[in-house]
Structures are given as structure tokens and as C-alpha cells.
Design a protein around this ligand. Structure first.
Ligand code: HAM
Length: 425
């Protein structure tokens, strides 16, 4: 048998069939959901000046030290983007978006490149969807961004997402710089017990010792003074307001003093979404505030916050949850019990499709409960429920699937109006 001559490069992948459809579904959901929160689509180039990433992410970070794909055509040094935030802030400043006044909300999606050791959920070319809200330091915005990520996962049917939350303070001398000194003092006597990499980074950026992935260093880091216990009064107040607002929006989180994030541009709020299918070190997504980045890149001081969610990791979490491969998010799903109701439901779904709705039903004769679960996994916005009893009365139940919404009976012949009503709000 002749062997194919070429294979995808290690750490890169092809997407097709069910997985390809799911991939598209994640992107489509981002395009649907992020604009509802006020984010406009933004596209930046796939490569940028290498210096942009060194400045933004920090030159003592894993990414800048050893994971960038850098090439030198002529005298330029260019790098395939390892993440999206630096390019967005570069573009924000370049196009004078700061002069528009007020908050600028942008979302993006696309491939990112890091030369990491490939393993489950870790690739060299991977994809992110992300949002950046630039121009406000309001803790309510932090909470809105954090809960948008949770809602995004929820709407895709990713169940069991955890949220780790921390604050790493600001650049004022009494805040992070003071904490830096405290940390250095605590580490200095035991520096020899940290890995070689950490020892080398100690002078350049002591904070990087807190997110070293070597188990022995992680163990040592656990004993060190915590950032959220060393915040200046303003940052402590900000963080308290963020926690309160996240809770008010229905998000539960674990306060995690070990969470520092691996990039230098962060300040104040940092967070990560976790999922058990990914193991201990792999986050489903992450983000935080980067109030000093615009200034670092030569612009005015502009507070900002955002997140990026790894598409491949979402696919892993969906797979682990037994998600079906059916791609498009549904507007309506038909659940029924009993043969006559099932046939009537098939007719109803056909009418909905003809009227322009995306609609589907169960073909495997599952219990009503499983059908409702399936409707949820398919991201259905509303569910039509039909049993023998409803059929006898010439009615169907129309259930709004969004959290906390109710259901109502509608006439079998006139339920389109009810569906429209739910979908339009
Ligand atoms: P990050 O934590 O480096 O943050 O990456 C965000 C997400 O991208 C991770 O949680 C993970 O899901 C995914 N990811 C990262 N590296 C890989 C990889 N090698 N293979 C597969 N997936 C990966 C950032 O990139 C920041 N720009 C997030 C941000 C936006 N902060 C503020 N705004």
C-alpha cells in the first residue's frame, strides 16, 4: 500500500466531519452571542512585530522565552501571534479607537501559535474566541465579562464549568511592587529548591515563579504569601466589588490565590474557567484585566479586561459530556411521548422549518426527560412538548429554554406565534 507522503505538522490538526461541524458551531455561537453583549467583530493579522509580544506578554514568560514562532524576512523580526490581546490593543491604539471616548468592546476568533509540547488539549496551532472590553475599570464590567464566558459555555452545552478568581493588584508602589518585595524575601532563602528555570527568572520577574508548571515548584509556591492578601485598599475594594457582582449575576467561583496567569500584562482581576475533562493544568479559558497594557505600548493609560477561550478545549469538554455531533444551534426542538404525538410533532417541526426556523426532533424514541436534555445540549432556545394528553386537547406546550423562563400551552395550529414571541425576546 502506498503511504501518503505528507502529514499535518506535529501539534497541528485537521478538522472535519462531526468535529469540524462542532468547531463551526462554537464560532457561530460566538458570532451570535458576543454582539448581543455589545462586542463588534475585529480581525487582526496573524503575524505581528515580535517586539509587540515581548513588550505585552513579558520577556520572562514561557511564551516569549521559548514558544514563539518567529521568522526574519530581511531585517524584520515577525512572530505568528501566540494570543490575541496584544494585537487588539496595538490596533486599538493605531486606529485611535481610544479617541472615540468611552468603552470599546471587540471580539475575535482565529488560530494562535505556540511551540508547546503537544498533548491532549495542547497544540502548536490552536484556536481561540475572545472578547476585549477596553476603556473602563468598573468592577461591574469585570463581572459581565466573566459571566459572559460562563454563559457562552452553557449555551454550547458544556456542563460543569468551574471558575477560579483572584486579584493580583496594580502597579502602585504600595500594591504589586510591595508584594514583589515580600515575595522576593520569602523566596530568597529557599531559591535553591526551585527548578533551574525559576532560579534564572527570579531576578527578572519573580511573579513567574508562581506559575511554574514543575510540580516541586508548584508545591513550594503554595507556601508563599498570597497576592490577594497584599492588595492596596483600592484594589481590595475593587476585588470585593467584582466578587459581589459575579455572585449577583449567578456565577459561583472559587477564590484561588494560586491563580496568577502566565502573562505579564495582567493587573487586578484574573480568572480561569476549568473543566475536569482537561486535567489539572489545562484551563478551558482564561482572562483578566490589563489596565497597564495600552500605556506599555505607547498609548494613554486605559483600563481594560477580556478573555480568550480555547476552541479545542471546548471540543474536548463537549466530547466528555457526550455531546451529539449535530452542528447548528437550534431555535426549536420537538419532544414528544407516544407514537401519535411523535407523528404530530414531526409535522409541527416541518412547519417550523418551512417558516424559516431551525428546528429538529428526536429520532431515537428516548424518554421525555432525555429529549429535554438533548434539546439543551443542542442549544435549543425553545422546546415544543407534546404528549397524548396535549394532543387530545389540540395543544402543545411551548417551553422557553433560557434559565428561569417558563412555559405555556398554545394551540397546535397556532403555536408559531408563541415560538416567534420567545425567539424575538
Ligand atoms: P491564555 O490563558 O494564554 O490567555 O489562553 C487562553 C486559552 O487558550 C486557554 O485557557 C486555553 O483554553 C487556550 N490555549 C492556550 N494555549 C493553548 C494550546 N497550546 N493549545 C490549545 N489551547 C490553548 C490568553 O491568550 C489571553 N490573551 C486571554 C486574555 C484576553 N486576557 C485578556 N484578554
Amino acid at each position: 500500500m502506498p503511504q501518503p507522503r505528507f502529514r499535518a505538522i506535529e501539534g497541528t490538526r485537521d478538522y472535519f466531519d462531526r468535529e469540524g461541524e462542532r468547531f463551526d458551531r462554537v464560532l457561530a455561537r460566538a458570532g451570535e452571542m458576543f454582539p448581543r453583549y455589545g462586542y463588534a467583530r475585529f480581525r487582526t493579522p496573524i503575524f505581528e512585530d515580535s517586539e509587540l509580544f515581548a513588550r505585552s506578554l513579558g520577556d520572562a514568560t514561557d511564551i516569549v522565552e521559548k514558544e514563539m514562532y518567529t521568522f526574519q524576512p530581511g531585517s524584520d523580526s515577525l512572530t505568528l501571534r501566540p494570543e490575541g490581546t496584544a494585537g487588539i490593543v496595538r490596533a486599538y491604539l493605531q486606529h485611535g479607537l481610544d479617541k472615540r471616548g468611552g468603552l470599546v468592546k471587540l471580539w475575535y476568533a482565529g488560530p494562535m501559535f505556540r511551540r508547546e509540547r503537544p498533548q491532549k488539549g495542547r497544540q502548536r496551532q490552536f484556536h481561540q474566541v475572545g472578547v476585549e472590553a477596553i476603556g473602563s475599570g468598573d468592577p461591574l464590567l469585570d463581572a459581565e465579562v466573566i459571566s459572559l464566558g460562563l454563559r457562552f459555555y452553557e449555551s454550547l452545552g458544556v456542563a460543569g464549568v468551574g471558575l477560579r478568581l483572584n486579584s493580583i493588584g496594580c502597579r502602585k508602589p504600595e500594591c504589586r511592587p510591595r508584594y514583589r518585595l515580600i515575595l522576593r524575601e520569602a523566596i530568597q532563602p529557599r531559591l535553591g529548591t526551585f527548578c533551574r528555570n525559576c532560579q534564572a527568572r527570579f531576578e527578572r520577574n519573580v511573579f513567574r515563579l508562581l506559575d511554574c508548571k514543575v510540580p516541586q515548584c508548584r508545591e513550594l509556591a503554595r507556601e508563599l504569601p498570597k497576592s490577594h492578601e497584599n492588595l492596596c485598599p483600592e484594589c481590595a475594594e475593587h476585588f470585593a466589588a467584582v466578587r459581589q457582582a459575579v455572585e449577583a449575576l449567578g456565577g459561583s467561583f472559587s477564590l484561588d490565590s494560586d491563580l496568577v496567569r502566565g502573562l505579564d500584562y495582567y493587573s487586578r482581576t484574573v480568572f480561569e474557567y476549568t473543566h475536569e475533562s482537561l486535567g489539572a493544568q489545562n484551563a478551558l479559558g482564561g482572562g483578566g484585566r490589563y489596565d497597564g497594557l495600552a500605556e506599555e505600548l505607547g498609548g494613554p493609560p486605559v483600563p481594560a479586561i477580556g478573555f480568550a477561550l480555547g476552541v479545542e478545549r471546548i471540543l474536548i469538554a463537549l466530547e466528555a459530556g457526550g455531546a451529539c455531533g449535530c452542528p447548528p444551534p437550534l431555535q426549536a426542538f420537538g419532544a414528544s411521548r407516544g407514537e401519535a404525538a411523535r407523528r404530530a410533532m414531526a409535522g409541527l417541526i416541518a412547519r417550523l422549518r418551512e417558516a424559516g426556523f431551525s428546528a429538529d426532533l428526536d429520532y431515537d424514541d428516548r424518554s421525555l426527560k432525555s429529549q429535554l436534555r438533548l434539546a439543551n445540549r443542542r442549544g435549543a432556545l425553545c422546546c415544543l412538548i407534546l404528549g397524548e394528553e396535549e394532543l387530545g386537547r389540540g395543544e402543545v406546550i411551548v417551553k422557553d429554554m433560557r434559565e428561569g423562563r417558563g412555559q405555556a400551552a398554545a394551540s397546535l395550529f397556532d403555536c408559531l406565534g408563541k415560538v416567534r414571541e420567545i425567539l424575538s425576546c
